[in-house]
Design a protein around this ligand. Structure first.
Ligand code: FES
Length: 129
């Protein structure tokens, strides 16, 4: 779907939760962020000591990834996995390395930590919302 960005949508930082809740391979922080067509599910995980944020939308079919709320990692803690058909993504790049959408990627979000809080932001886009 192609959709232009409405002029009234602003890309703003959204609080996703406390950075202290993140640990490598652990549960992700879920939140909603504003987008051109309304609020969109997003998440943050920690991998190799760094936080990474993505839209919670599989690159195969646009459904949420987590099989239980906040459960994004596979058992190894090395890959994000989609609960629906098992696509596996690199946590640090969002690239799908196995599954029906191999070679495609999750949409990465900007992520920063301010005063112990994780904040995420989506950049303006002109398509694929
Ligand atoms: S919807 Fe995620 S792998 Fe099919």
């Amino acid at each position: 779907m192609n959709e232009s960005t409405p002029s009234n949508w602003k890309s703003v930082w959204t609080d996703a939760g406390s950075a202290s809740e993140l640990f490598d391979g652990g549960s992700g922080l879920r939140t909603l962020i504003p987008g051109p067509g309304g609020d969109i599910s997003a998440f943050v995980v920690q991998f190799q000591g760094q936080a990474f944020a993505y839209l919670n939308r599989c690159a195969h079919v646009p459904v949420e990834l987590d099989w239980l709320e906040g459960a994004f990692f596979d058992d190894s803690g090395q890959y994000l996995v989609c609960a629906t058909h098992g696509a596996m993504y690199e946590p640090n790049t969002g690239l799908c390395i196995d599954g029906p959408c191999r070679g495609r990627s999750l949409e990465a979000l900007e992520c920063r930590i301010e005063a112990g809080r994780v904040q995420i932001r989506r950049q303006h886009r002109t398509k694929h919302d």
